[in-house]
Design a protein around this ligand. Structure first.
Ligand code: KG4
Ligand code: ZN
Length: 339
């Protein structure tokens, strides 16, 4: 086996087309092409996503190789997201990767997108030691995972309905902020008062989450304002509404983590997935970790959102552990982190 294997990572599970190159587990390049075709629709339109992936996948891969100063024949393996995600979008990345690996005669490695997010923690040098408690919070998923060792996950809790990012996106829509809602809400919340309105926090037994109630309570709050005044009210109070909503979501996210620290004795925390870019959430998680005598690990901002660096790094760890996938492997839109 190559002592310093070169991997190409590819990610097309949703609305970002991404490619990255690693050598010996070090990131050489990471290119993300975000589709702006969806913002007018308030969410990702699957067919538009597939078409956009198809348009840009070859140039994005070429750009990642060029930036790494390498050519296709330098590659030792290709790692690609196989799920969860949009079937048509995943198929573009998978078909391209299979063709490339077959053509070059090198292995291809299917990667779970959620596992990819967890491996975004291993891109930089500042990495958690095992075991650690990892909150995976994205537009499609909210899970609290105990990571025991490489590829060894135990799911403590998950959302029973909406994901945390989905709640940000839906509330962003209600407030007329476009898609995705998370970054826009966070920006407005910076100058808002989190105690402006007390949105009720849903609390479940154990470590599970539920975010459908908070979205509905924002809707009820807005509907209680006479229609003629609603637009004006939102305009005048956007920052406070966003801060109050964000605080409620963050409260709900950290509570089971605090319980997990108490019950497991694990002190190191990690935060991954699109919502981990949220500074307020990072702050609350960091103080939880620190008061337990541990640390919080968060990927660099640019690796919080979907990217291929995390896929290439996950692929690297699998490759050096001798793992690869058969060419018969196909996409699984609802692939779970743990079967
Ligand atoms: O991981 P990701 O890029 O895609 C999925 O796998 O879903 O996450 C995207 C999600 C969106 O729901 C977006 O609103 C949310 O992450 N998000 C944020 C922030 N940045 C992105 N949510 C809250 N605060 C942010 N700063
Ligand atoms: Zn993601």
């Amino acid at each position: 086996m190559h002592s310093s294997p070169v991997l190409l990572g590819i990610e097309t599970s949703c609305d970002d087309t991404a490619a990255a190159v690693t050598a010996g587990g070090q990131l050489l390049s990471s290119i993300v092409s975000s589709q702006d075709d969806h913002s007018a629709f308030g969410g990702v339109v699957p067919e538009l996503a597939s078409r956009a992936h198809l348009r840009v996948i070859v140039p994005i891969v070429d750009e990642a190789l060029l930036k790494a100063g390498l050519v296709r024949s330098d590659l030792d393996a290709v790692a690609v997201t196989i799920g969860p995600g949009l079937a048509g979008a995943l198929l573009i990345g998978l078909s391209f990767s299979k063709a490339l690996s077959f053509g070059l005669g090198i292995p291809f490695i299917g990667i779970n997108h959620l596992e990819g997010h967890i491996y975004s923690l291993f891109i930089d040098e500042f990495r958690p030691n095992f075991p650690f408690l990892c909150l995976v919070v994205s537009g499609g998923h909210t899970q609290l995972v105990k990571v025991e060792a490489h590829f060894n996950y135990f799911i403590l809790g998950r959302t029973r309905d909406d994901a945390a990012g989905e709640a940000f996106d839906k509330v962003g829509n209600l407030l007329g902020l476009g898609y995705p809602g998370g970054p826009a809400i966070e920006k407005l919340a910076e100058h808002g008062d989190p105690s402006f309105h007390n949105f009720p926090r849903t609390r479940l037994q154990g470590f599970d989450y539920s975010f459908s109630g908070i979205k509905t309570s924002v809707l009820y709050y807005l509907n209680a304002i006479p229609e003629a005044e609603r637009r004006r009210h939102i305009q005048d109070n956007r920052e406070d509404i966003c801060a109050s909503f964000q605080e409620a979501v963050v409260d709900m996210l950290v509570r089971p983590v605090a319980k997990a620290i108490r019950e497991s004795g694990i002190r190191n925390l990690a935060l991954v997935g699109g919502v981990s870019a949220n500074i307020r959430l990072q702050k609350r998680m960091r103080s939880l970790a620190q008061s337990a005598g541990g640390e919080l690990f968060v990927p660099d901002q640019k690796y919080c959102m979907d990217n291929a660096a995390m896929i290439a790094i996950a692929g690297h760890h699998k490759f050096v552990a001798g793992q690869s996938s058969p060419l018969t492997l196909t996409v699984d839109p609802s692939l779970a982190l743990v079967e």
